[in-house]
Design a binder for this molecule. Structure first.
Ligand SMILES: [Zn+2]
Length: 238
């Protein structure tokens, strides 16, 4: 059978249905994953807000607990190399900086669990888990791959202690949903404070994960598959 655009679209759909049925066959990457530094640089030149930025350098007051750079995550393995910072698009860092400034006035700060995640790591997670309830489907990619999504919580600035959110990070039970209200008043207040502050500065919540926020218009940014090592070098040239 000749490979025509219609045939290849049909083949793609068949592969997707196979994937849904079996949940363990790796899928092809969606179009538009940026792997080339040259292509990335060209895009950023036309849109400086899309430049990947060292989050800790821009916001030194942030606390980091980058779980995928440790074994302290739901997959119990290091998916990232050791990291001392993380990365987000400039527009996302600017929005997050406004969130931090507002929280500081009430003695609170932010702790980040995850931000940018190279697309190849999303594929690896899918190969290991293969279930959309827990990991992003690489056929769609994740806001984390776009550098516009951040997983975070609130901390007391004076002690660094996390506020009680009812569950930990990457708890995939319905207790982590925003609609779950069978929780102590204090937990509901803390979740609401994080959500309203993030939303006020341009982030959008995910209903099933209280810690996960994406910059509005996240889909306008390309999926990236640039390693942390390359990104570190790239960002240091900024
Ligand atoms: Zn997330």
């Amino acid at each position: 059978m000749p490979v025509t655009p219609v045939n290849s679209a049909l083949l793609f759909l068949m592969l997707i249905s196979l994937k849904v049925a079996s949940q363990n066959i790796p899928v092809s990457p969606p179009p538009g994953v940026i792997r080339s530094i040259k292509v990335y640089k060209g895009l950023v030149k036309n849109n400086p807000a899309a430049g990947m930025t060292d989050v800790k350098k821009s916001m030194p007051g942030l606390m980091l607990d980058l779980r995928y750079a440790t074994k302290n995550n739901f997959m119990h393995q290091n998916l990232y190399p050791a990291l001392t910072t993380t990365y987000l698009r400039r527009a996302a860092v600017q929005a997050l900086d406004s969130v931090e400034k507002e929280l500081r006035t009430v003695g609170l700060g932010l702790k980040i669990f995850d931000a940018y995640r190279p697309y190849s790591v999303t594929r690896k997670m899918w190969e290991l888990i293969g279930d959309e309830r827990y990991v992003a489907n690489p056929a769609k990619g994740s806001g984390h791959n776009r550098g516009t999504t951040v997983d975070l919580t609130l901390v007391q600035l004076a002690t660094g202690q996390e506020l009680d959110m009812g569950t930990g990070f990457d708890n995939f039970s319905d207790t982590a949903h925003h609609t779950f209200t069978h929780l102590p008043e204090e937990v509901l207040h803390n979740r609401k404070l994080l959500r309203t502050t993030m939303e006020r500065h341009g982030f959008v919540a995910l209903e099933t994960e209280w810690w996960h926020y994406s910059l509005a218009g996240s889909g306008n940014y390309d999926l990236l598959d640039i390693s942390f090592k390359k990104l570190k070098k790239l960002v240091s040239q900024n």
